[in-house]
Design a protein around this ligand. Structure first.
Ligand code: ADP
Ligand code: MG
Length: 611
């Protein structure tokens, strides 16, 4: 053996071990990620050099993991660029160790130690936490350089000597400590490679078997990727998810580097939407399944990969939150997604409409949470109207604003088939279909953005067009009351339930004797309160208006009975009219339905017995 040079790293690093030991207790595995990504970096560097320089040893690049169970040694070997003696001193003794010292400093100052533990990259140094002893045997690709052996047992003291090493590259041997025997298992190692290094663009062999997929599709030139490649990649990443709707390939060089593929999944049930489907990579190395700092929450329903080489993704999460680059990246992604939606809308509206069901939730959520996104997609927000056709808000507005006054009518699925809708339709009016809980929030938001529009639920108030303002109020009686006045009085004295207000109008359609109107404000409140249950909802309808149609023949006959022949019968008919109005508004509680059924049966029995 040639002359050995010994040294000590620095005094500070000595207290680092207990800390890092503790850290690795939770994320011990990541030393594999660090060493293999270093090996991959070494190969990438050599690949670049190969374009301009000649070197011996071929270009059959690979990384090999092997182990010796008896000696408890795990070996990670690459045929990359290698290191000269000076480079070992510089990169291992200084840089790698300064990273570790840095970690210790952070750790000591950090308020939340748990956060630092597990989110700080330690690079090469992390191997010491599973090893009693580590050796590096390395030979630079430069022909004239000799091989170097670097050894360290403590992690703070090292020895360097030259050795005979023919093969270019670096071989790192870890003499595993008694607690780390699990890394002498082929399956364990394969699993870890799959998890962290699956997309590293170099073959990785574990005990002679290929262990990674390579082919990080996101790094390829988008114009060169075939549609089926995107499809295959999606099903590789997310098996059993079916096909995606469409995808966006992100490829940015400036002002930051970012590559990735975002897929719009088919959401089969609501739970899917909460799953975190975006995998974060740093230079092809998997970092995390949690992209919440990088991408806005509404986009977390998307699936795919994002690779940001310049961002230290393995550092603490709070650090990420404060990095100005993160905001820029997030804005870029939002813009790309919005652009894609507008493009699709313009280029192929039919297809866009077909996908709407699957993407609407996330578009709406995005519009509510992000101003920029709102502005970028507001013109592609579509609704189904009461005719069953898709339209944008503006299209609805342009078509109906004259007729509607300033109103934008809306209804949910059940209300679409209601008496209220029949009344609107009879006057040639249209409503927009709201189909999810998020729509209530969205409508509130749209109202503040389009101050000229007044959104009104179809059962909140009757449209002016439905009311016959010029109707004849009917015969005036001895008390100077019109028929309309008498109808109002009749219902007021008959329907005396608390919270119910009685009004009369002459409706253009005389088939409907009465309707119940729900205050818009209360309605919105109830819909927005996601905790509400059915009974609460019914209670909310306790305050409402009963609007009696003075031109209904049924109402008129009831009044005649009430004021003459049979007062009691008149009252019973009024009650039935009210019951029917409540029923068509689907606003009866269980108790009310049961009362109603009893009352009506009794009423029918009475009629039969009197005939
Ligand atoms: P980083 O990878 O972030 O630079 P590391 O602590 O992981 O920090 O590694 C420190 C340095 O050691 C690397 O930058 C590289 O120059 C050198 N190095 C580590 N592993 C290898 C290897 N397998 N081949 C060549 N150089 C290596
Ligand atoms: Mg590294």
């Amino acid at each position: 053996m040639s002359e050995q040079e010994k040294g000590k790293i620095s005094v500070e690093t000595e207290n680092i071990f207990p800390i890092i030991k503790k850290w690795l207790y939770s994320e011990k595995d990541i030393f594999i990620r660090e060493l293999v990504s270093n090996a991959c970096d070494a190969i990438s560097k050599l690949r670049k050099i190969s374009f301009s320089e000649e070197f011996e040893g071929g270009t059959d690049y690979k990384i090999e993991l092997s182990f010796d169970k008896d000696k408890r040694v795990l070996i990670i070997e690459d045929n990359g660029i290698g290191m000269t003696t000076d480079e070992v001193k510089k990169y291992i003794n200084q840089i790698a160790f300064s990273g570790a010292t840095d970690f210790a400093k952070h750790y000591q100052n950090a308020e939340n130690k748990a956060e630092i533990i597990g989110h700080f990259g330690l690079g090469f140094y992390s191997c010491f936490m599973v090893s009693n002893k580590v050796t590096i045997e390395t030979k630079s690709y430069k022909k004239e350089e000799k091989g170097v052996l670097w050894e360290s047992e403590s992690g703070t003291d090292f020895a360097i000597s030259s050795i005979d090493k023919e093969i270019r590259g670096t071989k790192i041997s870890l003499f595993l400590d008694p607690d780390s025997g699990e890394y002498l298992d082929k399956w364990k190692l394969k699993d870890l490679i799959k998890k962290y290094c699956d997309f590293l663009p170099v073959p990785i062999l574990v005990d002679g078997e290929k262990a990674n997929r390579e082919k990080p599709l996101w790094s390829e030139e988008p114009s060169k990727v075939k549609p089926e490649d995107y499809k295959d990649f999606y099903s590789y990443l997310f098996p059993f998810s079916g096909d995606s709707l469409f995808h966006i390939h992100l490829n940015v060089d400036f002002p930051f580097r970012l590559q990735g593929i975002l897929y719009f999944p088919k959401i089969t049930h609501e739970l899917d939407a909460t799953k975190n489907g975006i995998k974060l990579f740093c230079n092809h190395v998997f970092v995390s399944d949690n992209a919440s700092e990088l991408i806005p929450q509404f986009l977390t329903t998307l699936k795919g990969t994002i690779d940001i080489p310049d961002l230290p993704l393995n550092v603490s999460r709070s650090y990420l939150q404060n990095d100005p680059l993160v905001k820029k990246i997030s804005n870029h992604i939002i813009k790309k997604v919005a652009d894609r939606l507008s493009d699709d809308f313009k280029k192929n509206r039919e297809e866009f409409q077909k996908n709407w069901n699957d993407i609407s939730i996330f578009v709406k959520y995005g519009m509510l949470t992000d101003e920029k996104f709102f502005d970028a997609v507001k013109d592609v927000l579509i609704f189904k109207n009461s005719e069953g056709l898709f339209c944008t808000l503006n299209e609805y507005w342009e078509k109906n604003k004259e007729k509607n006054g300033s109103k934008v009518y809306y209804a949910n699925e059940t209300e679409m088939g209601s008496v209220y809708m029949d009344l609107l339709k009879s006057q040639g009016l249209e409503a927009l279909l709201v189909d999810s809980r998020i729509d209530s929030h969205l409508i509130q938001h749209l109202e503040t953005k389009n101050t000229e529009m007044k959104f009104q639920r179809v059962d909140a108030e009757l449209a002016d067009q439905v009311v016959d303002k010029d109707a004849n109020p009917g015969v005036v009686d001895a008390n100077n009351q019109t028929e309309a006045d008498r109808i109002l009085e009749f219902f007021k004295s008959t329907i005396t339930k608390e919270g119910v207000e009685i009004k009369t109008e002459s409706l253009k359609s005389n088939e409907v004797p009465a309707v119940v109107l729900m205050p818009e404000f209360m309605r919105r409140m109830s819909e927005m309160n996601s905790m509400f249950n059915r009974e609460d909802a019914k209670n909310l309808f306790r305050n409402h208006t009963l609007l009696v149609n003075t031109s209904s023949p049924l109402v008129k006959s009831a009044l005649r009975e009430y004021g003459g022949a049979n007062k009691e019968k008149g009252e019973k008919i009024a009650q039935v009219i009210y019951d029917l109005a409540l029923l068509s508004a689907k606003a009866m509680s269980e108790q009310e339905i049961s009362d109603y059924t009893k009352r009506t049966s009794q009423f029918l029995a009475d009629i039969l017995s009197k005939n």
